[in-house]
Structures are given as structure tokens and as C-alpha cells.
Design a protein around this ligand. Structure first.
Ligand code: UD1
Ligand code: UDP
Length: 379
């Protein structure tokens, strides 16, 4: 196909997990013979997304520079909607793609809808069925589903959620999760961790960033990490601290003095995958980490009351423990003391995909934009 007849696909990215999960999609559209990819970076996450782009060799074409320190949801939404509306109006893409449930994705779907541009939602149909948990992501997902032209559901459960909400079956495609494509690419590279850890100690990896865990819940999580650290002398804690200003100061105050706890800057994606592989246990409220831990067979205690990734819980790798310090410490102790209990959880599984999701998505977008005419019709 000549460059003038190629279809323009705008791929919008705002935060770290979107950069990770959209990188394989961007690469697939770029490698196609029919598509011209335009990467629009809202920079909702300025610092966290940059190393991911570098890791995957992605170069944004447009940078909307929306991030502000301590941004409120309302101000962020305002900046995103007006700047995306302007950028998409200028780019006039044939199709728009965005992934997940952040404010960037909600604004992308809304701006596309306002401009009449078809919008494809990558990782569609995840639900906790609690509108305020996670906050605001569950509400974002529901709204985006009702603004999308095509829905790329990662799992059969996600597809069922969409069908139950009355989404047209013909617009839903089961593709797997592109995060697993990214994980396979990172695991192949074996990036060094870049942090010196004691090889004799068992590594526990911790991340926390959800808005509903800020404040007292984060303090309770820190208390549980302290308890685990104090009870198990052969354990080392690695906590890459999210740059949200509501997180770092609390973690530093409550954990900073522990001799075997390493509070570090967020790790690059390759290094983080290495850390997951090295860890015996992960404590996290992250969405993407639940998927990665499942693929790697690393037990993860999910620091949330509800998960939209029931597949990770069902296959045994993930346990929902909330943020009660006693519950977290008790479950961690059970796994650290009981080899049988540990082995039951530490089983790799692939409910989230086979690593070929991005190629499927690109091919579905192509079919949507360039429908194949049957011989009988074209004759
Ligand atoms: C956002 C998403 C959340 C996603 C998470 C992934 C929303 C509402 N939240 O949460 O769904 O799970 O990203 O990590 O869309 N900051 C920096 N540098 C960065 C990134 C953030 O300094 O590179 C700081 C800024 O002060 C910023 C604050 O963190 O204002 C919060 O960022 P924001 O994107 O609003 O929320 P997150 O908690 O990161
Ligand atoms: N991640 C990373 N470095 C870190 C922590 C996490 O690269 O220090 C990656 C992780 O492997 C996963 C993604 O970031 O792919 C998850 O992002 P986050 O937890 O911020 O967001 P969520 O998935 O909860 O939306």
C-alpha cells in the first residue's frame, strides 16, 4: 500500500502502564503495510513513561505535556479533554486506540466521540462491579465501554462483562492482554536489576499507588511490611516508590529506618521484570503486576478489597488481602513458612494472553478500516 493510501491510527498513551501495554500495539501498527502510526503522549506521567518509551524504542509524535505536581482529577481531566480534542482534530486519524482505565483513556474516548473518530479500547471489559473501586478507574472503564467502536477484551470474563452491559457482540474481540506481549519482550532481554541486593535473602517486592490506598490504608500497609521485616530476618524488602506525592513521604516516614528495606525510585520496566523474577513474594495494589505475576508464577498479595482480575485469583497466584496489617502479615508468614502453601500459589499460568495480542488487535483494526470485499460482490 502506498504511503498516501495508508490509514492513520492514533495511539494515545498517558501513564506508565499504558506505555507498557501500548508499546506492542504501536510496534504492530508501525510494522504493518496498511497503517501509519501517530503516537500521542499526553504525559499524564512525565517521568514514569519516558524510560518505557526508551526501552521499547517508541518515539511520541505529539506531546501534550499535561502533568502537574499533585494534579487533581478535575484539573487533569480538563487539560486532557481540551488538549486531546485539539490534537485529534489536527491529526484527523482514521482510527484511535488507547488502553486501560486512566483519566487519559476516558478523555481519549470522549474526545474521539466528540470528533466522530472511531475508538478502539484495548483491555476492555475489566470490572470489579463497584463503581468506586478502584477509584476512579472502574467508572472510567464503564464510561469508555459505552463510547468505544471496538472492544479488545483480554479474557473471556471481560467479554462476558461487556455482553452483560449490552455491548454489541459483533464489536467485541477476544485478543488477550498486550501486557503479556510486553512481558515476553522484557523477559527475553534479562535487564540487570541495577540495585544491589543480598543474594542470601528472600526478596519481597512491594508497590502501592492506588488513590483509595492513600492516607490511612497506606500507613496500615506499611505497618504490615514492618511486621514481616521484623519477623523474618532472612527477608529483604525492595519497594520502588511511586512518584505520587501522596505516597513517598508516608513510605519514607514509616519504612525508611528498616535495615533490610530498600526504598528506591521506580525501576525501569526491564529491571522491574527482573525484580519480579527474583522475588519470592509480591505485595501490590497494581493492576498490571497481577497479570505479570500470574504469567511468572510469583505469588502476589493484592493490597485491595476487590480485583477486576479475578483470573489471577482463580488460578491461585493472587490473594486479595486488602490493607489490614494483621491479614497481610499473616498471609505473608503462611507463604514464607509453609513450602506446600507456597508451591500451591507459585504456579505460572496464562489466563491473560499468549503474547500475540497486539498482532490480533492490529489485524482487527485493519479489517475494520479496509473491509475485504468478497469476489462475488466485487465482481
Ligand atoms: C495514574 C492512574 C491510575 C494508574 C496509575 C499507574 C488516573 C486517575 N490514575 O495514577 O489509574 O493505575 O497512574 O501508575 O488516571 N507523578 C510524577 N511523575 C510521573 C507520574 C506521576 O511526578 O511520572 C506525580 C505527579 O505529582 C502527579 C501525581 O504523581 O500529579 C499523580 O499522578 P496521576 O497520573 O494523577 O495519578 P497516579 O496515582 O499516578
Ligand atoms: N512497573 C515498572 N517499574 C516499577 C513498578 C512497576 O516498570 O518500579 C511496571 C510493572 O511491571 C507493570 C506496570 O508498571 O507493567 C504497572 O504499573 P502501575 O502499577 O503503576 O499501574 P496499574 O497497572 O496499576 O495501572
Amino acid at each position: 500500500m502506498s504511503s498516501s493510501t495508508r490509514k492513520t491510527v492514533a495511539c494515545i498513551v498517558g501513564t506508565r502502564p499504558e506505555a507498557i501495554k501500548m508499546a506492542p500495539v504501536i510496534r504492530a501498527v508501525q510494522a504493518s503495510s496498511w497503517g501509519r502510526c501517530r503516537v500521542i503522549f499526553t504525559a499524564q506521567h512525565r517521568d514514569l513513561a519516558a524510560p518505557i518509551f526508551e526501552f521499547f524504542g517508541v518515539h511520541p509524535d505529539v506531546d501534550l505535556d499535561v502533568m502537574r505536581p499533585g494534579q487533581s482529577l478535575a484539573d487533569l481531566s480538563n487539560r486532557l479533554l481540551s488538549s486531546l480534542h485539539h490534537a485529534l482534530g489536527r491529526e484527523a486519524p482514521d482510527f484511535v486506540l488507547a488502553q486501560g482505565d486512566t483519566t487519559t483513556v476516558l478523555a481519549s474516548a470522549l474526545a474521539s466521540f466528540m470528533l466522530g473518530a472511531p475508538f478502539g479500547h484495548v483491555e476492555a471489559g475489566l470490572r470489579t462491579h463497584r463503581l468506586d473501586s478502584p477509584f476512579p478507574e472502574e467508572a472510567n472503564r464503564v464510561a469508555v465501554s459505552h463510547l468505544s467502536t471496538l472492544h479488545f477484551a483480554p479474557t473471556p470474563a471481560a467479554r462476558e462483562n461487556l455482553l452483560r452491559e449490552g455491548i454489541d457482540r459483533a464489536t467485541i474481540h477476544l485478543t488477550g492482554n498486550t501486557g503479556i506481549d510486553a512481558l515476553h519482550a522484557a523477559a527475553r532481554r534479562e535487564t540487570p536489576l541495577g540495585a544491589s541486593l543480598d543474594p542470601r535473602r528472600r526478596l519481597i517486592l512491594v508497590t502501592v499507588h492506588r488513590r483509595e490506598n492513600q492516607g490511612d490504608p497506606l500507613r496500615r500497609i506499611c505497618r504490615s511490611v514492618r511486621a514481616i521485616h521484623d519477623r523474618f530476618e532472612d527477608v529483604e524488602i525492595l519497594w520502588p516508590v511511586h512518584p505520587n506525592p501522596a505516597v513517598g513521604p508516608v513510605v519514607a516516614e514509616m519504612i525508611g529506618d528498616l535495615p533490610r528495606a530498600r526504598l528506591v525510585e521506580p525501576l525501569g520496566y526491564g529491571a522491574f521484570v527482573t525484580a519480579m523474577k527474583r522475588a519470592v513474594l509480591i505485595l501490590s495494589d497494581s493492576g498490571g503486576i497481577q497479570e505479570e505475576a500470574t504469567a511468572l508464577g510469583k505469588p502476589v498479595l493484592v493490597l485491595r478489597r476487590f480485583s477486576e482480575r479475578g483470573e489471577a485469583v482463580d488460578c491461585g497466584v493472587a490473594r486479595l488481602v486488602g490493607c489490614d496489617p494483621e491479614a497481610i502479615a499473616a498471609e505473608a508468614a503462611r507463604l514464607l513458612l509453609d513450602d506446600d502453601a507456597y508451591r500451591t500459589l507459585a504456579q505460572a499460568a496464562s489466563p491473560f494472553g499468549d503474547g500475540r495480542s497486539a498482532a490480533r488487535i492490529a489485524s482487527i483494526v485493519k479489517k475494520h478500516l479496509i473491509p475485504v470485499r468478497s469476489k462475488a460482490v466485487s465482481a
